[in-house]
Every structure is written in C-alpha cells, then in structure tokens.
Design a binder for this molecule. Sequence first.
Ligand code: G3P
Ligand code: CA
Length: 277
Amino acid sequence: MLKKMALLLIAMLTAGLTIPTVISSASAGTREVLAVAHRGASGYAPENTIAAFDKAVEMKADFIELDVQLSKDGELAIIHDTTVDRTTDGTGAVKDLTFEQLRSLDAGTWFSPAYAGERIPTLGEVLDRYRGKIGILIEIKAPWLYPGIERKVADELVKRQMDVPNNGKIMIQSFDHGSVQRFHAILPDIPVGVLTYLPEQLTEAKLREYAAYADYVNPSLNLVTEQLVDQVHSLGMEIHAWTVRNAALVEPLIESGVDGIITDYPDYVPRNAKSGK
Ligand code: G3P
Ligand code: CA
C-alpha cells in the first residue's frame, strides 16, 4: 500500500502537483540506496566543475556523476551540453574547440559570481582527484559526435589501474546503448548502465537485451514503477533514477525499491537510506 502511495506521489510531483500530506518514513529494507550527485552537487555549485564535485564529497554523496565529451584535439572534457554556451562565458561546440580554448573559459560565473574562475575539468583530473574518495559515474555524452571516445575513456582508467574487477567505484553509462556496449567490449569488468527517458526502451524484451551486458538500467524518475524495479532486479541488474530536484521525491523513490538516486541535491538522500524493498 505504502509503495502504491509512493508511486502515486512520484506521478503527482512530476506533474507539478503538491502533496496533501507528508508520508511516513521508509520501510526498512536491507540494501543501501546510493546518493549520486548529478554533475556534482549541481544544486549548490556550477555543474561538472571541481567546486560541484568537492561539494558532493563534502556532503558525503556515494558517487559523483559527470558528463564526458571530446575537445577538438582529443582531450576528455567534463561538460554536459555539446556547446559551451550555457555553462561558460564562451560560445561554440565542444568538438570545435581545443582543450586549451575550453580551459580558458569561465565555467562558474553563469551559476554565481562566487564561482568565477571555475574551469572545465578533464576526466583524468577528476579521476586523480576523487579516486578512493567517492564513486565516479561517467556518462559518455553524445558519443556519435566523438568516434572512439569509449576507447579513450577506457585508456584513462587502465592508465590508473582503475579497470580492476569489482572495484565498485566506477560506473559508465550513456543514452547511446551502442556506446555502452562498445565500452563493455573494451573493459568488461567495469559496470555499465543504460540511460533512458523513453518508455519504449523499457519493455521486457529491451530489459532482457540490456541484461546481456549491462549492470544498471537508469531511467528518468517519472518512468519508475514498482513493476519496473522488480523486472530490472529479477534480471540481475540495478536501477538508478534521475534527476531528483525536489526533496519530496526521495522517499517515494526509496519506497519503490530503486538502488540509487541521481540528484542535484545529494543531501536530500538520507545517509544509510535503506531500499524500501
Ligand atoms: O545520470 C543521469 C542524467 O545525467 C542523465 O541526464 O541530461 O543530466 O545528462 P543528463
Ligand atoms: Ca549526465
């Protein structure tokens, strides 16, 4: 009953409706629900910058999530959009700018003058700074623009001996499931996940397809149902929902049985929260 209420609340909240009452605390499950800081703690600091990643560590998130693309000269740059226009003081496509040009941009002032001077990090820089401190969920963004990006990401991990089995601290994901499969073929010991916001990509047949190579199915939170969570689990995968920007969505998601919550506000996810299932 509580789970049904929880899922109803998710539907209401994503539709912009307000909740009539506060629901009770999550029932006790056994699995911990991971708090994944989306683009870092991007509710508090400019997304995909060291400031946002540091904030996530400070907030004791379990993972940081970040988006990786390639500069014109082949450097792995951490930025979400395929242009720099929204999150920096520059203009143009990431793929048309050298890393030196990307690095010269201010990636903080758009968020707040307090973050003036934040820079676009490289993947290597992030791996070096955060390995052993927090898990790292790497999204390969728009891989169709960057042929060979999977190999480059893998090389950065191998260089640091971060490709060992079961390290549990690195995950790869993408909306491009071909890219996920290409990465998996290169480094099969690193857990990979498929991202989706499309219901037609969550059919039983599709889930079975993913189970052949993926460890995670990570859907938009409005697609999360108890049935989906059960299906994903029964196929031996886990499920992380995104993107929580409203604290009231956390408890219903925990009740639904998800394994992780990807959020701009990692402090919204209670420490040691146990899955509702
Ligand atoms: O990790 C899930 C989320 O990052 C996917 O959407 O657009 O924020 O990269 P987006
Ligand atoms: Ca992302």
